[in-house]
Design a protein around this ligand. Structure first.
Ligand SMILES: O=C(CO)COP(=O)(O)O
Length: 241
């Protein structure tokens, strides 16, 4: 049985005060949420410690948005696995397209970060996906296969989530057709040794498209940016039908 993982990626949004305001609205909406799904919030580093306390006793798991490959060292601006693990972080996003695009993340560093996450008992959410240009050139499958080939070298597929995030669908309102996301996720699954790895879809997931996305047989959850910032919209997504 593949696990269903519904995760919010807050990106660089929400001060601690704003995060508490969000939880006041969001946590009560989880009372009737079916137990078949894991709910995760991947928040800025500065919110982690407070959320670790605020989420205690709730069913929401805490996630970070990056992890360095070394356990400590002279790496200004980075954060390590032991630091995340100590404050109760369970998930960490690795290789998000915004890290690849703006911060020089490569498949080699993604692989190192995945290993570090697993070494410290964190479950990495590995992001892969193509640009519009690559899609138009018919390179979607080959690009994703090549990302996975390097990203997953010596990675434990028993402690891994993958997110298929077509870059052209991120923050654009231009959602990938659910059936097309389902097809690409099927391609990703064929590359894996472990067929039980949960594979999410990400890119303009909203309350009005979540039910169709989650009705797809290959899709095991979603990674949600903008719509995870507002309690009512993320609640509707988490409580998909
Ligand atoms: O990048 C994303 C999640 O990691 C998707 O962002 P949006 O849901 O805002 O399109």
């Amino acid at each position: 049985m593949r696990k269903i993982v519904i995760a919010g990626n807050w990106k660089m949004f929400k001060t601690q005060a704003e995060s508490q305001e969000f939880l006041q609205g969001f946590l009560p909406t989880l009372e009737d949420t079916p137990q078949d799904r894991e709910v995760v919030l991947c928040v800025p580093f500065t919110d982690l410690n407070l959320l670790s306390k605020s989420l205690h006793g709730s069913r929401v798991q805490l996630g970070a948005q990056n992890v360095h490959w070394e356990d400590s060292g002279a790496y200004t601006g980075e954060i390590s696995g032991p630091m995340l693990q100590e404050i109760g972080v369970r998930y960490v996003i690795v290789g998000h397209s915004e890290r690849r695009q703006y911060f020089g993340e490569t498949d080699e560093t993604v692989n190192l970060r995945l290993k570090a996450a697993q070494r410290h008992g964190l479950t990495p959410i590995l992001c892969v996906g193509e640009t519009k240009q690559q899609r138009d050139a018919g390179e979607t499958e080959s690009l994703i296969i090549s990302q996975l080939e390097t990203d997953l070298v010596n990675i434990d597929q028993g402690n891994l989530v993958i997110a298929y995030e077509p870059i052209w669908a991120i923050g654009t309102g231009d959602t990938c057709e659910a059936s097309e996301a389902n097809r690409v996720i099927g391609v990703i699954r064929k590359q894996l040794k472990n067929p039980d790895v949960p594979i999410q879809y990400g890119g303009s997931v909203k309350p009005n498209n979540i039910d169709e996305i989650m009705a797809q047989p290959e899709i095991d959850g979603v990674l949600v940016g903008g719509a995870s910032l507002e309690p009512a919209s993320f609640a509707r997504i988490v409580n998909y039908k």
